[in-house]
Design a protein around this ligand. Structure first.
Ligand code: SF4
Length: 471
């Protein structure tokens, strides 16, 4: 894959119960709507009420599935998974969903998130004599459910949840039920909605539910188990929600589709307010406000509106280049950012430009973008970022890199400004970010503050886990 300098969401999940519908195709289009949440592998598991079938592989949704393999996935109940994985874990064997045969029938699980106690749980599972075939915590969760106590799957899920510490938004498929389950901190999004046919769907993002034509969309509450197996949804609180919720603030900043809702708010609108806050915090005299497409466009509109400086496009982005697995030739690689962005010279020549971007992680793309603007004739380039400096890793399901890789962990804002060659640089403050979100509490912002919502045993979190077993 061609790298970008963005944090990576690790997965998108979707589940459907729809009698008399081609559920595999519904999941396929739902996964397409969640493709931005994971571009390394995709999978669909389907049950027809007696047998369960699974197809998964490395690649984009459209590369993994075709009419032929979808036609074998017949049933009324289905789940799907699209995966991005951290270094060392991009093995085909880590692709979801995970499917096993249990004493109570077949079981498949798709997971978005990351458990901070995965290493301990893995050891417990192995000590019980259960073999594992991947380095994924999702497989550990699957095996824990397979061996859980309880008379029903709902009970087995509720009995297992207290052992899982960290982020999990799950869709679970059994022979004749689909479950949507969310951790009690509420880290990652998960919503359910009613399909036009009368069935139901659950998905990481409301945008994917809209793609399937859902209405009556509502969030799966933190700690809740929702059962999809009937025309009426069943709700059960598996664990009480944490007194301090920890929704990932990055869903607003970058991950979620702009048309999705997160914490009851349209992401597009929150991004516009992030831009407005930036304009108030870091005003500068300039001629044009330019977004780094696509995710920064709403924030640039907000910045322009608040600053009364005209908005215009300065870059054209090749929206497909990041999605190729073909590595560029050396001569093409030397062109770097040009593979992905071209400048619109007419909009930039002689202008004092404010470039709006949503985040800087390693700092390896901002400099080339600033240079591209200057080469196109920009007189000044002022960079404004719609979140604070990312200075701490995420252990809850997002690949932000390590401390060593994060430019803001080692360098001051002025040093970063010099490094990327901008005339000025400002990161939105934590206070400004929370004002834009309109909430003071209920969010995780640990990657900015280093204050984690749950205890992290750094020796035992995901990276160590994967290093220990990556093969
Ligand atoms: S550390 Fe950052 S990316 Fe991770 S859950 Fe918290 S806000 Fe989201």
């Amino acid at each position: 894959m061609i790298e970008n300098d963005k944090p990576h969401e690790e997965c998108g999940v979707i589940g459907v119960f729809a009698p008399n519908e081609d559920v595999a195709r519904m999941i396929f289009f739902g996964l397409y709507a969640l493709q931005h949440r994971g571009q390394e592998a995709a999978g669909i598991a389907v049950s027809d009420g007696s047998a369960m079938r699974l197809h998964k592989d490395a690649g984009l949704v459209a590369q993994v599935f075709n009419s032929e393999n979808l036609s074998h996935l017949e049933g009324h109940y289905a789940i799907g998974h699209t995966r991005y994985s951290t270094t060392g874990s991009s093995h085909r064997r880590n692709a979801g969903p995970f499917m096993v045969e249990t004493f109570h029938g077949p079981l498949a699980v798709a997971h978005n998130g990351n458990l901070v106690n995965a290493m301990d749980l893995r050891q417990n599972v192995l000590q019980r004599g259960v073999g594992l075939s991947s380095s994924s915590d999702s497989e550990v969760m699957t095996m824990m459910l397979a061996g859980a106590e309880g008379d029903t799957w709902e009970e087995r899920i509720a009995n297992t949840m207290p052992q899982w510490h960290g982020a999990y938004s799950l869709v679970i498929l059994t022979r004749d039920q689909v479950f949507a389950v969310r951790d009690p901190w509420g880290f990652r999004p998960l919503s359910v909605g009613r399909l036009p046919s009368g069935g139901h769907a659950a998905a990481s993002e409301t945008g994917a539910l809209k793609t399937l034509g859902c209405d009556e969309i509502r969030e799966v509450k933190p700690g809740e188990i929702v059962t999809l197996s009937n025309t009426v949804l069943r709700f059960r609180q598996g664990l009480p929600p944490m007194p301090q919720l920890a929704r990932c603030i990055f869903e607003h900043i970058y991950f979620s589709r702009p048309d999705s809702f997160w914490d009851g708010q349209r992401v597009h609108n929150v991004r516009q307010r992030l831009g407005e806050e930036l304009a108030r915090e870091a005003p500068i005299e300039a001629d044009v406000v330019v977004p780094v497409p696509d995710s920064s466009m709403p924030a640039a509109i907000g910045y322009a509106r608040e600053s009364k400086i005209p908005y215009n496009e300065g870059f054209t982005k090749n929206r497909y280049i990041a999605r190729t697995f073909i590595q560029p030739t050396d001569s093409l690689r030397k062109q770097g950012i040009a593979l992905k962005f071209n400048a619109l010279e007419e909009n930039l020549r002689g202008q004092r430009v404010i470039m709006i971007d949503d985040s800087i992680v390693r700092g390896n793309t901002s400099g080339p973008l600033v240079k591209l603007l200057r080469n196109a004739g920009a007189r000044e380039v002022h960079v404004r970022i719609t979140c604070p400096p990312i200075a701490h890793p995420c252990y809850m399901g997002v690949d932000m890199g390590t401390y060593d890789e994060m430019i803001a962990h080692k360098h001051t804002v002025q040093e970063i400004c010099d490094y990327i060659g901008a005339d000025s640089l400002h990161f939105l403050s934590v206070e400004g970010m929370m004002r834009a979100v309109g909430r003071r509490e209920g969010y995780c912002n640990a990657c900015f503050t280093g204050v984690y919502p749950l205890e992290i045993d750094r020796a035992h979190v995901k990276t160590g886990f994967e290093k220990a077993i990556a093969g």
